[in-house]
Structures are given as C-alpha cells and as structure tokens.
Design a protein around this ligand. Structure first.
Ligand SMILES: *Cc1c(COP(=O)(O)O)cnc(C)c1O
Length: 368
C-alpha cells in the first residue's frame, strides 16, 4: 500500500472560482494564470476546470507547450516575455503572446524573422520596480514596438503591489492611465486581489483580468477577508491518515526538540504528512487540522514525514479518531467540512500561494 497521503484537485471548484473571478470583472476577458505548474496543481489537472477561461497566462515556455499539447488553440500569454532571442521562434510557432518589459526584448523582436507578427503586452513599471518600462520611458518603447513589422497588436499591462492592502492601487492606476489613455489597444492590470476589491471600476477592470490565486480558492487579502467571504471553493485538498496513536502522560513531550509538553494526559494522532510532502515546517503548535472532519490542532514540531495532532477535540465531539482516521491538512474533508489553506499558511507565517506551489512531487494527486 502506498503511504496514506493524497492531494485531490477539485475540477468543479476551479470552474466555480473562475466564474467568481469573472463576476468581479463583468465584461472583461479572463486570463487563467497557470504559472508554476498551475500553482502546484498540475497544468494538465486543472485544464478541464479552467478551459472556460479566455486564455492561459504563464511564465515557462515549456508550460506553454503543455497547454498547446492539451489542444488549447486560444490565447496564451508569457507574463515575463521571452528570456532569449530564440524563444521568439517558439512564440511564432505556437502563436504565443508575450509581455515586453525591457529594451532587450524589443531588440530581439526587431531582429526576429517571423511569418506572422506577434501580439505583445507592453509592461509598465508603475512603482513595483520589478518588470516594465517606467512611465517616462513607456511611450518611446511603444513607438519602437509600433514601428516593427514583427509586431501586430500592442496591449498594455502593469502589476499592482498593494491591491490586497491599505495602500491600494490608485497611485499606480494614475500613472498607468496617464501614460496609456490615448494609445490604441487592450489593457490588463488586475491580479486576483484587484479583481475582487477594485474591478467594480471599469477603468481598473480593463479588457483582461489576470486571475491567479482566486481560481485556486485562496483569499488574496486574507486575513482581512477569507475565502468564505469571497465565496471561493478550495481547489486542492491535502489529506493523509492517522498512522499511530499515542497516549502521552502529563509532562510528556512530543516530537523533535520536545517543543510541546502535555500539561495533562493527551491522546495524539500521528499523521503521514510532513515537510517533505509540502506541509510547512513552520506550522507549529496550534496550526489547525481536521481529523474526520473535526477541527483540532498540530502539537509539537512538523517533521519530515509526520505531524502530530491533538485528538482530544475530535474524541470529545464523539467522533472516532483512531488508527486510519482521515486528516485534512487543507481543503475539504469527506464530511464536507473545509479547512482553508489561508489559515494554515497564516499559522505558518506564509501565504496560500506558497503552500500550493510547494506540494511535493512524492504526494500522489487525484482529480475529482
Ligand atoms: C502571478 C501573476 C498574476 C496572478 O496573481 P494572483 O495574485 O495569484 O492573482 C497576475 N499577473 C502577473 C503578472 C503575475 O505574475
């Protein structure tokens, strides 16, 4: 028997979350962002759930090839553009649209031989200071691109640093709007947080939203709002089984470093999931877990292959919690109870994005 741990990808949840994202930005087209192997879910595994999107946005050319191999003939956008000149050949061959964020990428396009001109998304750096041309340099980049026979339509994009927080997007929107208002073409500025929080404004909504975490059921602005607030469904469940039960006496300790001491006799479940499965090692005592659908907590340190959880609340609820019991590390339990990945991430000092992306290759994955 394989080790009793499993991830499940929920196709219906992906579909519903895509609809939820669309509802936040009516009339806009939706990129489904499937970078990082669809946020750890697997591109092939999410394809059915997300094929209702208007296009797929990603970073790796190999991932673009995988999307085409699934039979997708619609738009695919390389969010960071190409990394060297010959990547443009693959763009031509597969009909990939690509971001243009630096002068080098324009130089390469100018030297590129292609039958069909490319659709590009010219990226503006409106203050995040990662990729893109500053507003002052944007118009000249546009003019260069516009003069190239290798370039077809030019669209406009920027990325928000604070769409999820109190600083908001107004300062970046202002810069973007000023520099693009009289340019012809489509615009794309919203990530998930902006889609949910700011896209009621048509100018923010633009022509294309870029929906990432929202598709996978993570609340982009947790803990201010949770997934239930945004009506998002978990697209990934990580579950495992109790493989041992220990009765720890008062004063007994649990796990490495004796990081947890029982102040009263305690029944502990040992669960077949550890940091080598992608469970965060920083999820210390108190991190929520469901056992047979009942909420309890991690006690002691997360180790490579196991975590230890307090079974008392489960037993007190009159629910069986012995050997073989189902543990839900995040997602949906068999009972239907949900443990939000945001809560687990928060307890571990990280974000849902990282937990999803970190699902380890050794965990078997099913699509439901
Ligand atoms: C990853 C990414 C997104 C999606 O971000 P979420 O916060 O997951 O919605 C959108 N735009 C760009 C440029 C990205 O790299």
């Amino acid at each position: 028997m394989p080790r009793p741990i499993q991830a499940t990808i929920h196709t219906a949840a992906l579909q519903q979350n895509l609809e939820r994202a669309r509802a936040g930005a009516p009339d806009a087209l939706a990129w489904a962002v499937v970078k990082a192997n669809a946020y750890g879910h697997g591109i092939e595994r999410v394809f059915e759930g997300l094929r209702g999107a208007d296009g797929f946005a990603l970073l790796d050319l190999s991932e673009a090839e995988r999307v085409r191999a699934l039979g997708w003939r619609g738009p695919i956008l390389l969010l960071e553009g190409v990394f060297e000149p010959r990547d443009l050949e693959l763009c031509s061959r597969l009909g990939l649209w690509h971001a243009v964020h630096c002068d080098e990428q324009i130089d390469w396009l100018a030297a590129h031989k292609t039958q069909a001109p490319h659709r590009v998304f010219l990226k503006m750096n409106t203050g995040m200071n990662r990729l893109g041309f500053t507003p002052a340099r944007y118009r000249s980049a546009w003019a260069r691109l516009n003069a190239l026979t290798q370039v077809d339509e030019i669209s406009y994009m920027t990325h928000f640093s604070d769409a999820d927080g109190p600083r908001g997007i107004a300062h970046q929107m202002q810069a973007f709007h000023t520099a693009t208002q009289d340019l012809p073409g489509e615009k794309s500025v919203c990530n998930s947080a902006a889609t949910l929080r700011h896209a009621v404004d048509a100018r923010v909504r633009g022509d294309w939203i870029r929906a990432g975490i929202v598709l996978y059921g993570g609340a982009p602005d947790y803990p201010e709002h949770d997934a239930a607030h945004w009506n998002l469904q978990p697209s990934m469940t990580l579950s495992a089984r109790v493989i041992a039960v220990q009765h720890v006496p008062a004063g007994g300790t649990v796990g490495y470093g004796s990081a947890f001491t029982a102040d009263a006799p305690l029944t502990i479940g040992v669960i077949a999931c550890g940091y080598a499965d992608g469970y965060p090692r920083h999820a210390g005592t108190g991190t929520p877990v469901l056992v047979n659908g009942v909420r309890t907590r991690v006690v002691g340190r997360v180790s490579m292959d196991m975590i230890t959880v307090d079974l008392t609340p489960v037993l007190n609820a009159g629910v069986e919690a012995g050997f073989g019991a189902e543990a839900t590390l995040w997602g949906r339990a068999a009972s239907g109870a949900v443990l939000s990945i945001d809560e687990v991430a928060h307890a571990a000092g990280t974000v849902s994005w990282e937990l999803m992306c970190a699902l380890a290759p050794r965990v078997p994955v099913a699509v439901a």
